[in-house]
Write a protein that binds this ligand. Structure first.
Ligand code: ATP
Length: 307
């Protein structure tokens, strides 16, 4: 096999509950991930060494040195297999960079699946999940796709059933937000308020809304504890969220650490209208309609999965 291509979806967090700051600097999370139909494509081609190149509209914002998450993933896989392998990784980037949609994690997951196949390793899904967990807390979900709740740092995943397709609009912002700075701002705001931070709990009503495919109920239960911090750092996002609500969004929320804003629509037609309204009124310079849940990169590849 001389080349393998996989597509990996972005995610939105439909619930992101952030517990108190732990001594190790992390937070315990209840993080409900939902994979949506904005995809990066990762191609792995036979090569002597591991390299990466990036194409597409966000390519100039992505590092192509050893800090690229796809390179780190390929190296971690080679190390796990105990041999030296090479691959030219070519990423076609459609997921916004530093947008709170786990684009880097998607590329890491894509590199794991593509190189596993290119190098003929045949490693099972569970091994890839283990390597993914070491690469970053969002990478295991990027491998899995669908809808799932993550606990711990977000990396211990349980799949959640969904009763239908949800239609979304994502308003893309200029420039990214660093996840670390948003968590730091969240800690600062909490410290300043002096309020006790509750232990994060999975919202049963949200799980039920996902299970029954009820977009109205899901819209009412979307929540993100990082939102106040993201809005403090980027105050211009508040009117964008409000504009979405005015145009009939069932829920409007900052996606993960932001600055992408996510709007839940009634159906595909409403999503198209909402995206158009957000851009024509100037509330967002770019708005993309998408749906979820969608599968992760493992589906349709040779990676064996236990069910
Ligand atoms: P999350 O939602 O997981 O917090 P994010 O979507 O906000 O992440 P990413 O797009 O994953 O953010 O990028 C975060 C940073 O990681 C970027 O600013 C970039 O410097 C770096 N990075 C490393 N590899 C990649 C990659 N393959 N794609 C995008 N960014 C990458």
């Amino acid at each position: 096999m001389s080349s393998v291509t996989v597509r990996v979806p972005a995610k939105v967090n439909v619930q992101l509950s952030v517990g108190p700051l732990r001594e190790d600097g992390y937070h315990d999370l209840v993080n409900v991930f939902h994979a949506v139909s904005i995809f990066d494509e990762v191609v792995a081609k036979e090569s002597e060494s591991i390299t990466v190149s990036v194409t597409g509209k966000w390519s100039d914002q992505v590092p192509v040195d050893d800090s690229n998450l796809a390179i780190r993933a390929a190296r971690a896989l080679a190390k796990h297999a105990g041999r030296t392998y090479g691959a030219d990784l070519i990423i076609q980037k459609d997921i916004p960079v530093a947008g709170g949609m786990a684009g880097g994690s998607a590329d890491a997951a894509g590199a794991l699946v593509a190189c596993n196949e290119l190098w003929g390793l045949g490693l099972p899904f569970d091994d890839l999940m283990e390597i993914a967990g070491d690469l970053g807390s969002d990478v295991p979900f990027s491998l899995l796709g669908g809808t799932a709740v993550g606990t711990g740092r977000g990396e211990q995943l349980t799949e959640l059933p969904t009763g239908g397709t949800f239609h979304w609009v994502f308003a893309l912002a200029d420039g990214g937000l660093s996840t670390a700075s948003v968590y730091a701002e969240c800690d600062r705001l909490r410290k300043a308020s002096g309020a006790e931070v509750p232990w994060p709990q999975l919202n049963d009503s949200l799980v039920e809304a996902l299970g029954t495919g009820d977009a109205y109920a899901l819209g009412a239960h979307l929540s993100n504890d990082l939102q106040p911090a993201a809005l403090n750092l980027r105050p211009e996002l508040a009117p964008t969220l409000e504009a979405g609500r005015q145009h009939g969004a069932l829920g409007a929320i900052v996606s993960g650490s932001g600055p992408t804003c996510a709007f839940l629509a009634i159906d595909a037609l409403h999503a198209r209208d909402l995206a158009l309204s957000l851009t024509t009124t100037g509330a967002a310079h770019t708005a993309v309609a998408a749906h979820g849940p969608v599968n992760g990169p493992v589906h349709g590849t040779a990676v064996p999965r236990r069910h």
